[in-house]
Design a protein around this ligand. Structure first.
Ligand code: HEC
Ligand code: HEC
Length: 328
């Protein structure tokens, strides 16, 4: 006799299944709704100015140490960026992550497709707190919260002078996991008090530290981090962050240890000249996530300051080994 499932049990299972589907749908609806939530933050006292020396400083930062063009140049302009030339900032580069695709927008002054209609206050809030002009937070792809008010002013002042380029870029798109992350885990960041007296640009260790942590992102790439929240999970500058090439994720690069550890530091024992020469040379592999082209534009003084700072860090012994086959 064939096994007969009593109707009573069938009905009960249907109810349970239906209930589970309904609960999952409600949860997803809630996540979708919550992922669009908006935040506020105190305004920064930053506004674009028209002083030519301030604009020149912004231009140097954007195409040099702050390497904005590395992400905000369209892919067609990438060879220029890699060659250390100034590139257009009309956006379109896509950063593919396991949480979705982050697209760097057009940051020229075009009113329709660029930042022409976004105010200085909104732009500053994005840099300081990660809250975009719509009031939402995204993945922590841009780490500039520690920029001094002067340098943020310089960057915004320069961006206002960039000729408009009409180029519509699709917004960043999160997958299911990304949407849930955005809904429940991403928060604005708190940059702490703005540095009261940011170090004067010059060949000092202090200024090198500012460049390495707040402007050029040496710290945020050369330190192991949680890529969902941006939090540091390893000792600063000791390397170990894993990068995957956007269009071929099997290609992996790992940031090396920059501290002067005799066994594991990549630049231990380098002279200042060797460091400057290495930074000017650009990438030596066919793919590197490090913005070598932009950094090659850095002044001798800025590179010297970086060298002073990095070579005086406490040595940390940390091997940065490739991830196992299963991947991190
Ligand atoms: C690692 C890549 C990367 C770098 C470097 C980078 N950006 Fe971005 N930027 C992005 C991405 C991706 C977005 C979109 C973020 C999102 O969708 O949440 C973005 C968004 C922006 C926005 C839009 C903010 C808004 O309110 O919508 C501005 C303005 C901006 N970046 C300016 C800059 C400047 C100026 C620099 C250099 C100081 C810079 N970016 C460096 C990737 C980058
Ligand atoms: C976007 C991430 C990123 C940023 C920003 C970054 N690096 Fe790197 N860096 C890497 C990765 C990944 C490697 C390994 C691949 C390579 O050598 O290109 C690397 C390699 C290096 C090397 C070793 C080069 C060699 O010849 O072996 C040095 C030195 C270095 N970085 C210094 C710096 C300094 C100084 C800064 C800040 C001015 C910096 N990096 C910013 C990711 C980054």
């Amino acid at each position: 006799m064939p096994l007969a499932i009593p109707n009573r049990i069938l009905a009960k299972s249907a109810w349970i299944l239906g209930g589970a589907v309904l609960a999952a749908s409600l949860l997803l609806l809630w996540a979708r709704f919550r992922s669009q939530r908006t935040f506020t933050a105190p305004d920064s006292p930053v506004a674009a100015v028209s002083d030519p020396s301030v604009i020149a400083r912004g231009r140097y930062l954007v195409h040099g140490p702050a390497h904005c063009a590395d992400c905000h140049a369209p892919p067609s302009e990438k060879p220029k960026v890699d060659a250390g030339e100034e590139a257009e900032l009309s956006g379109g580069y896509a950063l593919r992550t396991f949480l979705g695709v982050m697209r760097a927008p057009n940051i020229t002054s075009d009113a329709e497709t660029g930042i022409g209609r976004i105010g200085d206050t909104e732009l500053a809030r994005f840099f300081r707190h990660g809250i975009d002009h719509r009031g939402q937070v995204g993945l922590p792809v841009m780490m500039y919260a520690g920029l001094s008010d002067q340098d943020l002013t310089a960057i915004l002042s320069y961006l206002r002078t960039v000729a408009p380029v009409r180029h519509a870029v699709a917004p960043s798109r999160y997958n299911l996991l990304g949407m849930i992350t955005k809904a429940f885990f991403l928060e604005p960041f708190d940059p702490g008090p703005a540095p009261a007296g940011p170090p004067e640009p010059g060949p000092t260790r202090e200024y090198g530290g500012y460049l390495a942590t707040a402007v050029a992102n040496c710290a945020s790439c050369h330190t192991a981090r949680n890529m969902k929240t941006g939090e540091y999970t390893g000792p600063r500058f000791a390397g170990g962050l894993v990068f995957r090439k956007s269009d071929s994720p099997q290609r992996v690069a790992i940031s090396p240890n920059l501290t002067p550890d005799p066994a594991t530091g990549v630049m231990t024992g380098w002279s200042r000249e060797r460091f400057v020469e290495r930074m000017r040379k650009g990438s030596v592999s066919d793919w590197s996530p490090m913005p070598w082209g932009s950094f090659s534009r850095m002044t001798e003084g800025d590179l010297g300051a970086l060298y002073l700072y990095l070579s005086a860090l406490d040595p940390i012994h940390r091997e940065t080994v490739p991830p196992s086959k299963d991947g991190p």
